[in-house]
Every structure is written in C-alpha cells, then in structure tokens.
Design a protein around this ligand. Structure first.
Ligand code: TYD
Length: 206
C-alpha cells in the first residue's frame, strides 16, 4: 500500500500553512490517516538544521552550505517521517519540499536547478510529490504580511521575485503534477479548489 504525497509551495505570505492545515482536517474527517509536516524540519535533527538555516545571525551563510543543509534536513525528513508514512498508506501533506530548494537555492541563489535537484534526489532516494500546490503571490504583497523576517525572508524584493518566477516555471513544465493558485483568492475558494484536485488525485490512483 502506498499513500499520497502532497506538497504546498510558493513564496512568503501566501497562506500555505493555513491551506495545508485545512486540507489535513478535511481528509482526517474522511477517516484517512494524515501526516502534516513542514520543511525544513519534521524531525528533531531536521528542526535543529532549520534553526541554523533561518537564524538571521547566520547572515552571509555560503550558498552551497545552505543548499546542502536544506538537502540534509530533507533526507532525514523523508527517511524518518515521509517514507514510513507513505508505506503505511497515509496521506502526507508537507509545507514546502524540493521545489523550494530548486527555486530559492537553484534559481535565486544561482546554484542551478539541475545541480540542486540532483542533490535532493540523492538525499531522498528520488522521492517527488504526487501533487504540488503553488500558492502564487506577488512578493510585494506576501512579504508585507511577514512579521519578524527570517534569514531568507530578509532578502530583497528582487530576489523574492526570482523565487516566484522559478515556482511558476517549474509548475509550467509539469502541469499534471502541479496546481497553481492565486493566493489572494478568498481562503474558502482556495480550500475547495485544493480539495477538488486532491479528490481527483486520490480517485486516479485508486
Ligand atoms: P518558513 O518560516 O517556514 O517560511 P514559510 O512560512 O514561508 O514557509 O521558512 C522557511 C524558509 O526557508 C522560507 O523562506 C523558504 C526557505 N527554504 C529554502 O530556501 N529552501 C528549501 O529547500 C526550503 C524547504 C525552504
């Protein structure tokens, strides 16, 4: 039995966590096993790596070191949380996954998408989501919603515009695995669009 792996992606302030929570609640109410998690994080060691990555005191962290730390946290998260849950048949919902590395480190940090993808594929044994929602938002709007910016949120508006463009390009390359949603739509509209896409994905797989 294999479960379903769903990722929420997009820039800052797009409401990913809210939608991930609402989707998890809806699936739980249907009697499914749901594991809701986030990146970087999801295990004690990965949360410790998260603290290093997000701490504004580590301003100027080397871009390659940054990419390796995100990949290390992801490898740990997949091995100890995501893969076991999928093997049990659970629905796994993660707030961010590999597309964040491709967009933030691959494109905005200019390390290259192919290189960063290869790193993540090695770290995770090649695990990709079945379905990825991109909550698209103009960074000028999204960043205005952020209070107490972390090390990445503190980057410039231009930098965040590169991140946004990267998410949209990734989604355009593989439309069958991505759903792009305008994050400024009312929360309930987004929730129903997401529920409908997940229901289709579940039906297609069973
Ligand atoms: P977080 O506070 O969780 O941001 P958000 O609430 O917007 O999800 O911080 C995670 C930050 O790390 C966010 O700025 C995106 C960044 N990030 C990367 O740069 N690469 C990655 O691979 C991941 C998972 C996150």
């Amino acid at each position: 039995m294999t479960g379903i792996f769903i990722a929420f992606e997009g820039g800052e302030g797009g409401g990913k966590s809210t939608q991930a929570r609402l989707l998890a609640e809806a699936l739980l109410a249907e009697g499914r096993e749901v594991v809701r998690t986030r990146e970087p994080g999801g295990t004690p060691a990965a949360e410790a790596i998260r603290a290093v990555l997000l701490d504004p005191a580590n301003d100027g962290l080397d871009a390659r070191a940054e990419a390796l730390l995100f990949a290390a946290a992801r490898g740990e998260h997949v091995a100890r949380v995501i893969r076991p849950a999928l093997d049990r048949g659970a629905v796994v919902i993660t707030d961010r996954y590999v597309d964040s590395s491709l967009s933030y480190q691959g494109v905005a940090r200019e390390l290259g998408i192919e290189r960063v993808l290869e790193l993540s594929m090695w770290a995770t044994g090649g695990l990709l989501p079945d379905l990825t929602f991109v909550l698209d938002i103009d960074p000028a709007v999204g960043l205005a919603r952020v209070t107490d910016p972390n090390r990445l949120e503190a980057e410039s508006l231009e930098w965040h515009r590169m991140v946004r463009g990267a998410f949209l390009d990734l989604a355009a390359r593989e439309p069958q695995r991505y759903v792009v949603l305008d994050a400024t739509r009312p929360v309930e509209d987004l929730t129903s669009a997401i529920a409908a896409a997940v229901a289709t994905a579940i039906t297609t797989r069973s």
